[in-house]
Ligand binder design. Structure first.
Ligand code: BTN
Length: 242
């Protein structure tokens, strides 16, 4: 059960705070911050982190969970929280780690793992959720926020507690990794869509998403009907074609 939460008014990145704590703390921790000045996202991008949104990272020593289950739990915790809050909207996961409301990104999840001799020492799971924010011109993808949907201002620390409660239900429950993977997969709306991928080496690939396999990888049907498997780490950018 992760229930030790430390809150910062401002920090570089809650990910970095967790990495620093890992050298002096063998207990699992939650780090929250009201502002980040060096917030980061996946693929070496920054994460716009003004006052008003939620920035959380969990320092985890997940002996009982597979490494790739951790980011699924992070994504699902936010998805389930948003479903409880406004289930009448279209809430889904854009593979692999974005939570979307009405097809606009509201949350991103980032996992950083530290290994020694190919053994996992710890994992840091970061969650960035747009909360008290209007459209922000610094963000270059269509985005949403809790405030844009409800027109209300939310208490960030309460949201952090509510999401952590759901996180703990998945992280600590007897529910298996395979079941978590299936719940995560069933909420992904990328299956069946035509997509264009830019890979890390700048190569482009287009195709139709056939499935998400048991490892959480994307199975893509190319125009010549060949099937290929793409890992999240290979992708620089994914565009859904109309
Ligand atoms: C993404 O690119 O979609 C992932 C974004 C993850 C942002 C969160 S905010 C809390 C934590 N601290 C960071 O610097 N990044 C993650």
């Amino acid at each position: 059960m992760v229930n030790n939460m430390l809150w910062f008014e401002k920090c570089d990145s809650t990910m970095d705070i967790c990495h620093r704590f890992s050298s002096i703390c063998d207990r699992e921790l939650i780090i929250g911050s009201s502002v980040q000045i060096e917030g980061r996202g996946t693929k070496n991008r920054g994460w716009v982190s003004p006052y008003g949104n939620l920035y959380l990272s969990y320092l985890l020593y997940p002996k009982h969970r597979k490494i790739h289950t951790i980011h699924m739990i992070g994504t699902l915790s936010v998805l389930k929280f948003l479903e409880q809050k406004f289930g009448d909207h279209n809430i889904s996961i854009k593979w692999p780690n974005d939570v979307m409301v009405d097809e606009k990104k509201i949350c991103g999840v980032l996992q950083e793992n530290v290994f020694k001799n190919s053994q996992l020492i710890y994992s840091v799971l970061g969650i960035g959720l747009n909360v008290n924010m209007q459209i922000n011109s610094e963000i270059d993808v269509p985005h949403n926020s809790v405030q844009l949907i409800t027109n209300k201002t939310e208490d960030i620390k309460n949201l952090a507690k509510d999401i952590t409660c759901i996180f703990n239900e998945y992280y600590m429950s007897g529910i298996s990794d395979v079941e978590i993977m299936n719940i995560w997969r069933n909420n992904i709306d990328t299956i069946g869509k035509k997509i264009k991928l830019i890979l890390l080496d700048e190569e482009f690939i287009s195709g139709k998403v056939k499935d998400i396999d048991l490892n959480g990888d994307l199975v893509l049907n190319l125009s010549n009907n060949k099937l290929i498997t793409i890992k999240a780490g290979m992708v620089k950018e994914m565009k859904i074609s109309k």
